[in-house]
Write a protein that binds this ligand. Structure first.
Ligand code: HXC
Length: 522
């Protein structure tokens, strides 16, 4: 039995250290005496199912349920493999004093596999979480459906998938993959809002490497098939990778602090000492003088939001767009920002889908959206067209158009073409749309436009046309004259404006027409 001593001290001490081994040792020193099996696990910088829960929840707040439940399978020698709780820990706890429901798989019990019995435990807390409007967090460490139970375990998964789906947009659901997860243990997370992974110890695949090679596929390692790197950079399945179990728990607590308990609640506001009048004059020099020069959009985001409040989602995937949570005067906001440093911030398939999902999460959970725009348009090319950029780009368009939460948009430089419309423009019900003085709002850049319109003219004539076009459109003024941007502001005013707007817009009420549900271009 774990001694619940000095957990706050352990967590604080852990967070203050940077070496992961030190963190694990520190955690152990403060918390409990370990068994040899646990020690073996700890040398791999992994915690047990219960340790994960204890570290995630406020000290002493976790209340376990159904700890005596046993499976009911009597085939394949399973009658000799009964363990109280059947390998899943379920229950409720608190994070920063706010409630949460959790489940945690114990891989040491039959590979953390799902039985009819432990599925019922999960279903029980899922139903209660949805009923009272409290987030659900799952620590997944499971080989999927318990093979010995046949269709009984498949039924258990279907019960969970159904609840994941019905709770989507009602309560935040977050999954952390903390071991080798397969089958249903990855499909349930896939329906949840965010799925995180842990470095060096977690894997996600529909079927494991052995099954892949058995069905004639090539030999692959777990890492190659579904390691954290693959899902963080290639598939986009993962929202981020944590260095180890302890970092995962502390970062997850941080993420939880941005979220309302359910869709009936407003986004949380935490006390903030960061003044709206803070000097952000560094913003004046963020955008380079040369129109094609790259810069890091984080240099625009960080001064505007409260200090050290940015929590990035999918930092390694589709880096041409930045998504994350932040706070402004303590209010939670979602950030969507083109990243001119990567592919000039162009919108392609992956960045559109990444941002669309974030916008929909924000809208479902009443979190205002703060959008930073510097976008040259949608990425042209055969690959993108064949891949369905039309369909995928439309997801982002749909998501921004549908969103009824407060929407504030800052155009820092380029806003070209369809991407101008898409990126939370006034036309899609943006509440406050600003442009910095050197913004360019146009159908396309001047050289491209002139080439299309005046291809038959001489080089000198074309150069003149470029100047004419630049004067007309490479400025925010024509959009401002039409009211498509509400104001052209000095960059150093941005934080103040955003603070004022969020305060005022906290009273915003907007409803879309009644419908069963929309038909987002999936
Ligand atoms: C029963 C399982 C199990 C499972 C693992 N174990 N998965 N027992 N049902 N699904 C048991 C193993 O037999 C072993 O028992 C112990 O857990 C540890 O497993 P290992 O294979 O030794 O661990 P490791 O080498 O780390 O590999 C982990 C793994 C691998 C990659 C997850 O176990 C694996 O490939 N499992 C099967 C994955 C799979 O195909 N699942 C799909 C199920 S179908 P002992 O007694 O030896 O310690 C599914 C459908 C849901 O989930 C619906 C989807 C839509």
């Amino acid at each position: 039995m774990m001694r619940r001593l000095g957990f706050a001290a352990a967590a604080t001490a852990c967070a203050a250290r940077c070496s992961t081994t030190d963190m694990v040792q520190e955690f152990n020193r403060h918390t409990h005496k370990t068994t040899s099996a646990e020690e073996k696990r700890h040398t791999k910088e992994r915690l047990t199912a219960m340790e994960r829960i204890q570290l995630f929840c406020d000290p002493g707040s976790f209340r376990e349920r159904d700890s005596l439940v046993e499976h009911e399978c009597y085939m394949f020698g399973m009658e000799k493999k009964k363990v109280a709780g059947d390998g899943f820990i379920t229950g409720s706890g608190k994070v920063f004093g706010r409630p949460v429901f959790l489940f945690s798989h114990d891989f040491a019990v039959l590979g953390g596999s799902l039985s009819g019995t432990n599925a019922a435990k999960v279903v029980k807390i899922m139903d209660e979480a949805a009923k009272i409007g409290v987030p659900l967090i799952g620590f997944n460490d499971s080989g999927g459906a318990r093979i010995q139970e046949g269709v009984n375990s498949l039924a258990g998964y279907a019960d969970i998938f159904l609840r994941n789906t019905l709770s989507s947009g009602v309560i935040p659901q977050i999954s952390v993959i903390m071991g080798p997860c397969a089958g249903g243990a990855v499909y349930s997370p896939a329906i949840t809002d965010f799925t995180f992974m842990v470095d060096n110890s977690s894997y996600m695949f529909v079927t494991g490497p052995e099954v892949v090679s058995a069905v004639g596929g090539k030999l692959v390692t777990k890492e190659e098939l579904g390691g954290p790197r693959v899902h963080a950079t290639k598939s986009g399945v993962s929202a981020g990778t944590f260095a180890n179990d302890i970092v995962a728990m502390s970062q997850l607590r941080r993420l939880y602090s941005y979220l309302p308990l359910c869709n009936r609640d407003a986004a949380p506001i935490v006390p903030s000492v960061d003044s709206r009048m803070r000097d952000v004059s560094s913003l004046k020099t963020v955008v380079p003088l040369e129109a094609k020069e790259a810069y890091d959009m984080r240099d625009a985001i960080f001064p505007v939001v409260d200090m050290n409040s940015f929590f990035e989602i999918q930092p390694q995937f589709a880096k041409n767009i930045i998504c994350g949570f932040a706070r402004v005067e303590g209010r939670s906001v979602c950030i969507i920002a083109n990243q001119p440093k990567v592919q000039a911030g162009v919108l392609d398939i992956d960045s559109s889908v990444k941002a669309a999902r974030m916008v929909r999460f924000a809208d479902a959970f009443n979190i205002p959206i703060l959008t930073f725009v510097d976008v040259p348009g949608f990425l042209p090319g055969v690959q993108q067209e064949y891949g369905g950029i039309i369909r995928h780009g439309a997801k982002l368009l749909y998501a921004f158009a549908e969103a009824t939460v407060p929407k504030i948009t800052v155009i820092t430089r380029k806003a070209y073409g369809g991407a101008y419309d898409v990126m939370s423009s006034k036309h899609l019900r943006g509440d406050s749309n600003y442009a910095w003085p050197r913004a360019e709002i146009a159908v396309m850049g001047a050289p491209g436009a002139v080439k299309l319109l005046y291809s038959k003219e001489s080089a000198e004539q074309q150069a003149e046309r470029v100047k004419e076009y630049e004067k007309a459109f490479c400025t925010p003024l024509s959009a401002a004259r039409k009211g498509f941007v509400d104001a052209v502001i000095d960059p150093s005013e941005t934080r103040l404006r955003v603070c004022e707007d969020l305060e005022r817009l906290s009273r915003k009420q907007l409803r879309n027409p009644w419908k069963k549900h929309g038909n987002i271009p999936l």
